[in-house]
Design a protein around this ligand. Structure first.
Ligand code: HSE
Length: 440
């Protein structure tokens, strides 16, 4: 039989241990797919004594992942260390420079240094595979890169962070607080080491940057992404969304517009009847709008050891087979440098929750400013404040109450300018909550 592919695994956390287990359990199927056996010959992790439920007693142990990457016995380095720089970057650069293949789940590394790493891999004629870096077990990179050459993609959007979707789902369905849900997500192993990466949208942005490049044939441009997280979402927003026929999801959206490529990550109102609104818990989903297939939605586990390891193992089988694909769908020097579409020119519907002083003329004042900005309102919802009504049955108390507006399509710039004027008019008691609406 052909010479085995000798694999070194750098990082033996939840995903690394699952990779070892799956390679053992599925050894025959993976060898058939890859055309040769796969052998784990080396591992690297901080603690050697920790019980991971796997037997790595017969493989070479490295304290330092860069040494593992330099080992002459390793043909393919699986980088599961994490982080955009430091040990992860050193390990990957060392392996590629020495002409070794690399498989990684590291979205931050790819988002920040994907272009230079791809160049290095091309120069050395080796693979750099990263299916596991986006949406865990969902084969979205393979789908975009290998299954859709007959299509021009116009937009893609998705739930790319399991932790945020888990938090928003439980807050909505069980009425729990943000903090309670975040703690559970951490306990279940979904969240990043620093959970602000999840809840402030950076993890989604890293994944979106990778998908955008493959979908549109453009150079990775993570800096261009507009990012907002979910920490400002309140139970009141979730209740209002439900009343208005929406659910709130943290979406990553990439779209080719007339001004360039728009990339944004923010909490988003999606119609409750849409496919993406049905995706609950840690599950991820990506919808691709393309001219031939029209709309394609992939749904599956976006985090967790086995699901992510499933994607890593598929990449290892690809490396073994020697069928390397251009990393971002085309050779690096043919990737476009696309203009960035500025967020101020984004156009869409908006949910705006104002906390207004409850007195005559306030709703009219708000509506006037919206009309001046040529913003058309689809619905207005004001909640009666029981307390204010008891004190003043004529509605002149001035007590703060929520006033929710849903707009038809408007530009970000016009919405921001109208809100500045409303604030300047002294009509609101708190900064407004603004959530963009994404329609199918
Ligand atoms: N923290 C990530 C998530 C894990 O919650 O989706 C996978 O990248």
């Amino acid at each position: 039989m052909t010479r085995p592919l000798r694999v070194g695994i750098a990082g033996l956390g939840t995903v690394g241990a699952s990779v070892v287990r799956i390679l053992e359990r599925q050894s025959e199927a993976v060898a058939q797919r890859g055309g040769r056996p796969i052998q784990v010959v080396a591992v690297s992790a901080r603690s050697r004594s920790k019980d991971r439920g796997i037997d790595v007693s017969r493989v070479t142990w490295f304290e330092n992942p860069v040494e593992l990457a330099s080992s002459a016995d390793v043909d393919c380095v699986v980088e599961l260390v994490g982080g955009a720089d430091g040990a992860a970057r050193d390990t990957v650069e060392t392996a590629l420079s020495l002409g070794k293949h690399v498989v990684t789940a590291n979205k931050a590394l790819l988002a920040r240094h994907g272009l230079s790493l791809a160049r290095l891999a091309e120069e050395k004629g080796v693979s750099l595979a990263f299916e596991a870096s986006v949406a865990g077990g969902i084969p979205v990179i393979k789908t975009l890169r290998e299954a859709l050459p007959g299509n021009t993609v116009s937009r893609l959007y998705g739930i790319l962070n399991g932790t945020c979707n888990y938090i928003l789902s439980r807050m909505e369905l069980e009425g729990l607080t943000f903090q309670e849900c975040l703690k559970d997500a951490q306990r279940l192993g979904y969240a990043e080491a620093d959970p602000t990466f999840d809840v402030e949208g950076y993890d989604t942005a890293h994944k979106l940057a990778i998908l955008t490049s493959i979908a549109f044939g453009t150079e990775i441009d993570a800096e261009a992404i507009y990012v907002e997280g979910i920490s400002s979402i309140t139970p009141l927003d979730l209740a209002m969304a439900r009343e208005l026929g929406f659910r709130i999801k943290l979406l990553g959206v990439a779209e080719r517009t007339q001004t360039g490529i728009e990339q944004r990550v923010h909490p988003t109102m999606v119609p409750v009847s849409s496919a993406i609104a049905q995706v609950l818990g840690v599950t991820n989903a990506v919808t691709i709008d393309a001219d031939a297939v029209k709309e394609l939605t992939l749904i599956g586990p976006g985090a967790g050891g086995d699901a992510t390891a499933s994607a890593v193992v598929a990449d290892i089988a690809d490396v073994a087979s020697g069928k390397a694909q251009p990393l971002f769908g085309r050779p690096v020097d043919q990737l476009e440098t696309a203009p960035r579409a500025p967020m101020q020119r984004h156009e869409g519907g908006y949910y705006i929750r104002l906390t207004v002083h409850d007195r005559p003329g306030v709703a009219a004042g708000v509506a006037t400013r919206m009309a001046e900005g040529d913003i058309s309102l689809e619905s207005i919802l004001q909640k009666r404040s029981e307390l204010a009504a008891t004190k003043d049955p004529h509605g002149r108390s001035g007590a703060p109450v929520p006033l929710v507006l849903i707009t038809y399509a408007a530009t970000e710039a016009s919405i921001r300018s109208a809100l500045d004027k409303i604030s300047g008019d002294g009509l609101i008691a708190e900064p407004p909550q603004v959530i963009r609406i994404e329609r199918e």
